[in-house]
Design a protein around this ligand. Structure first.
Ligand code: PMV
Length: 326
């Protein structure tokens, strides 16, 4: 048996503006997906995902559902593909069983699907004694994301694989960022499902209608990220909070905030957050608040009172890793 885990992520600064070439900062957070892999019957892959409420068997090209009805095959396909690719590299004539458990809410922009893929690749690679570098794990998780998102930027599989903080640019890819400070966060989930693709399209439409207004907003978004990189290096969380509030105003200007997000953001600020903003695509999903550690509980309570689901999180430097092996 091998158990591996991988972290969730938040976009700290720069979502949407990143689509137009500006930099974005992404942080791995201490909420993880855990995958347990064991050897199974030859040619058979068994996957059980508790959070997706789906399980079943892939045998060759056939899929047999155990739990989750008609949707199960589509939900489990990305993981099935990762395992199949590793099995193809292995010399052993075996099958694989995986159990996936997670403390990351799904489909709210926290990168759960990439964390699942990275943890599965690591657990199964170790189990089958197939040597996989971090780059290989990233690549496998990226290919799994192609199933889920169509045109993923690669930021989610990168942060799940490497952990820590990354600066991402469309043309230059990602680079690790040095971060001195502890980054205490509260995450507020609106529980509103949304489509990142639709929101990206709406922003493009607004930019095309008002190019002279929107272009400077987008460039200002990029400037905020640059300033945030400097503040992260210094461990200056007061400045980071202020920059988050400015960033939120720009996200509102491009049309991706909504009443529920604003309610949670204002509740967090009123309860003492240094800064608060939506994270990811917007239009629902999650918001984040930055605060000194002693204020986290109060902020989480205020978000819950405003009808969000709140939990505390902090940056983690631990990317994908082996938890145990027997
Ligand atoms: O899908 P999410 O919530 O992790 O965030 C998407 C981030 C965007 O900048 C809106 C889109 C993108 O591809 O970068």
């Amino acid at each position: 048996m091998v158990e591996a885990s991988a972290p969730a992520k938040i976009i700290f600064f720069g979502e949407h503006f990143v689509v137009y070439g500006e930099p974005a900062i992404v942080l791995a957070i201490d909420k993880r997906v855990y995958t347990r892999a064991t050897l199974g019957r030859e040619n058979q892959i068994y996957i059980n995902s508790h959070e997706l409420q789906a399980s079943g068997f892939f045998t060759g090209n056939r899929f047999q559902t155990e739990k989750g009805g008609k949707e199960a095959e589509r939900k489990l396909q990305p993981v099935g593909t990762v395992i199949r690719k590793i099995l193809a590299k292995s010399k052993e004539k075996v099958g694989v069983n995986v159990e996936i458990k997670s403390s990351i809410p799904v489909a709210v922009g926290l990168g759960s699907s990439a964390a699942v893929a990275a943890s599965v690749a690591t657990a199964v690679g170790k189990l089958l004694k197939v040597a996989l570098s971090s780059k290989d794990i990233f690549q496998l998780a990226y290919e799994a994301e192609l199933f889920v998102h169509g045109t993923p930027s690669g930021i989610d599989p990168a942060i799940s694989t490497y952990g820590g903080a990354l600066l991402y640019r469309k043309d230059k890819g990602y680079e690790p960022l040095q971060v001195e400070a502890d980054i205490p966060l509260v995450i507020g989930n609106t529980r509103m499902q949304r489509s990142t693709g639709k929101l990206v399209a709406q922003v493009r439409e607004r930019r095309d209608r008002y190019p002279k207004i929107m272009e400077p907003v987008i460039r200002a978004g990029g400037e905020i990220t640059q300033k945030a990189v400097e503040a992260l290096r210094r461990g200056d969380i007061a400045t980071l909070g202020e920059l988050m509030n400015i960033n939120q105003a720009l996200l509102s200007a491009i049309g991706v905030s909504n009443e529920t997000l604003e309610r949670l953001i204002h509740a967090a600020r009123n309860a003492g957050a240094l800064g608060a903003k939506l994270t990811g695509g917007g239009g629902g999903g999650c918001m984040i608040a930055l605060a000194s550690r002693d204020k986290l509980r109060k902020i989480a309570d205020a978000i819950e009172k405003a009808d969000g689901v709140a939990f505390t999180a902090r940056k983690t430097d631990e990317g994908v890793k082996i938890e145990q092996q027997t």
